[in-house]
Structures are given as structure tokens and as C-alpha cells.
Design a protein around this ligand. Structure first.
Ligand SMILES: NC(=O)C1=CN([C@@H]2O[C@H](COP(=O)(O)OP(=O)(O)OC[C@H]3O[C@@H](n4cnc5c(N)ncnc54)[C@H](O)[C@@H]3O)[C@@H](O)[C@H]2O)C=CC1
Ligand SMILES: O=C(O)[C@@H]1CCC=N1
Length: 263
């Protein structure tokens, strides 16, 4: 597969690292206005760094757009004459609808709108994808790419804003929970690096338990909570302080915001 990442910034580089790690690409073009900061990628034979988007579009089959929303229209207009019916256009750009992309490049192009997260760089992204009518035939290509960076799920485009909150912003939400747990562990007497390790691995273990057992979180909670013990004491105090409620309210606030900034 010949892939181009147009706009290799923070997320674009996460995707590039994941694709290189999983050896999913034969050639990988990385474009950016100033490519100096991409020098770390020079060690890979399959990577071509360029600030020329047209060169990347001409030479790649799959185009992954990872620029800021405000730059996307102009970049698409610029390369539009070079986009063919064989290209697979994948956008990871927040809030930029398939309708808007079709209005620029045409309905007859394969368009996939996606929302990965930054864990793509370590092969653990949860990526949601939606396609236009023509792009439906190419969903399997997008899935191959995103499954090489973690797990993917095809959803209706109307749910993509919600998926952005849960999966993309979700990385930040989970980081904050890990940080809070770390702070709690330091208060209990652990050194910061030990506290961080305990919090991280316990979080990883909890997610892995659910993934591998297929159980509901509450079933795993029941296995930990000794009647009259310290776990239920802690859990109930967290709920009295609004743990679940504040997470749900935060998710809703984030969703309201993303709908306000939608293009
Ligand atoms: N799924 C997620 O976790 C996240 C998704 N996003 C979305 O991903 C997109 C990219 O976000 P970031 O990577 O954080 O942005 P960024 O600003 O780090 O990266 C964008 C890159 O595009 C480059 N660029 C600008 N104009 C260009 C042009 N004409 N040709 C080639 N490159 C050009 C910039 O130099 C920059 O390196 C945004 O649309 C954002 O909404 C952003 C953050 C997280
Ligand atoms: O915070 C934001 O608005 C973007 C969308 C998801 C992650 N970052």
C-alpha cells in the first residue's frame, strides 16, 4: 500500500509511527509545510518526506489528511485536479463532514471520515470510521490501515462527533484519571515514579480484564469488593463525591462543545 499523510503534525506522526511499526505500508509520504521537524523519520527506507502535497497525491493510493480544519478546504482545492476515482481519501479532521469534502472533490470519489486517537502511535487506537456511498467499497482498506493501529469500528456519520468525545478526547479523560490515581498513591507514601507505574499498570490490567473476559465492569467490581472491605468503602465515597456523575457530565459538556464548533 502506498500511503500519504498530508499534514504530518501531532496526530499525523502518531499514525505514521503506528503504520511503520506494524509494517502496513510499502511507501509512506509525509507532508508538512516545513519538514525539518520530521527528520526522525529519515531512518525508514519506506518514508519520503516532502512539503509538496501534489507529489504525494500523485504517488500514493491512500491519502490520509491530518491538517487543522481551517486549512483543509484550501489544501483540497489545491490538489483536487490530481485526485482520481482510485484514490482512497481518509480524513481524520474533527468536525469536517463528508458532505463538505464531497462538495470540493465530488461524489464520485472514495471518501472515508475517521476519528482515530493518539494511541495510534503505539498500535492501540480506537478508530471509528464512516464512508460516503462510493467509499463503502473501500472501507476494508481503511479498516486494514486502522486495524494496524489498534481496533476500528464502522459507524454512521451522525455518531462521529460522539465517537470523537469518547475515543479521541477520551485519551485525555483517561490520562486525568491515571494522574489522579497517581496523586492518591503518592499521598499514601509511594514515590512519584512508583505511584505512576502502579496507576498505569492497574488501569491497563482493568481494561485487559474486560477485553479478554468480555464481562461487564460491575461483574469485575464484584470480584474485588470484599463485603465490609476497603474497596466498597472507597467506591461508595467516590460515588458520594460524584465520580460517575462528573464523568458523564464531562462527556456531555464535551459533546455540546464539539457540536458548537462543528464545521
Ligand atoms: N483524534 C485525535 O486524537 C485528535 C484529532 N485531531 C484532529 O486531527 C487534525 C490534526 O491535528 P493535530 O495533529 O493536532 O494538528 P497539528 O497542527 O499538529 O498538525 C497539522 C499539520 O499540518 C501541517 N500543515 C498545515 N498546512 C499544510 C499544508 N498546506 N500542507 C501540508 N501540511 C500542512 C502543519 O504544519 C502541521 O504539522 C485536526 O483536524 C484535529 O481536529 C487533533 C487532535 C487529536
Ligand atoms: O480537543 C479537540 O477539540 C480535538 C478533537 C478531539 C481531540 N482533540
Amino acid at each position: 500500500m502506498k500511503v500519504a499523510i498530508i499534514g504530518a503534525g501531532s496526530l499525523g506522526q502518531s499514525i505514521a509511527k503506528g503504520l511503520l511499526k506494524s509494517k502496513a505500508v510499502e511507501t509512506l509520504y509525509l507532508t508538512k509545510r516545513n519538514i525539518d521537524s520530521l527528520n526522525d523519520f529519515n531512518v525508514y527506507n519506506e518514508v519520503i518526506l516532502t512539503s509538496d502535497n501534489k507529489k504525494a497525491v500523485k504517488n500514493a493510493d491512500v491519502l490520509i489528511f491530518a491538517v487543522q480544519p481551517r486549512h483543509f478546504d484550501r489544501i483540497l482545492e489545491n490538489i483536487k485536479p490530481l485526485i482520481t476515482e482510485n484514490h482512497v481519501i481518509i480524513s481524520v479532521i474533527t468536525g469536517f463532514s463528508i458532505d463538505k469534502i464531497e462538495a470540493i472533490v465530488g461524489h464520485n470519489k472514495n471518501i472515508i471520515r475517521s476519528m482515530p486517537n493518539t494511541a495510534a502511535s503505539v498500535g492501540q487506537s480506537m478508530t471509528c470510521i464512516s464512508a460516503n456511498t462510493k467509499g463503502k467499497e473501500k472501507v476494508s482498506i481503511a479498516k486494514t490501515i486502522f486495524n494496524s493501529l489498534g481496533t476500528s469500528l464502522e459507524i454512521p456519520e451522525e455518531q462521529l462527533q460522539a465517537a470523537t468525545v469518547i475515543c479521541a478526547s477520551g485519551i485525555a479523560f483517561w490520562m486525568r484519571l491515571i494522574r489522579a490515581t497517581t496523586q492518591g498513591a503518592i499521598q499514601l507514601g509511594f514515590e512519584p515514579d512508583e505511584a505512576h507505574k502502579l496507576a498505569m499498570q492497574t488501569c491497563f490490567g482493568a481494561a485487559t480484564l474486560l477485553k479478554e473476559s468480555g464481562k461487564h465492569p460491575e461483574a469485575e467490581i464484584d470480584r474485588v469488593t470484599t463485603p465490609g472491605g476497603c474497596t466498597i468503602e472507597g467506591l461508595n465515597e467516590m460515588e458520594h463525591q460524584g465520580l460517575s456523575s462528573s464523568l458523564i457530565k464531562g462527556i456531555n459538556a464535551s459533546f455540546e462543545k464539539i457540536n458548537q464548533i462543528k464545521k
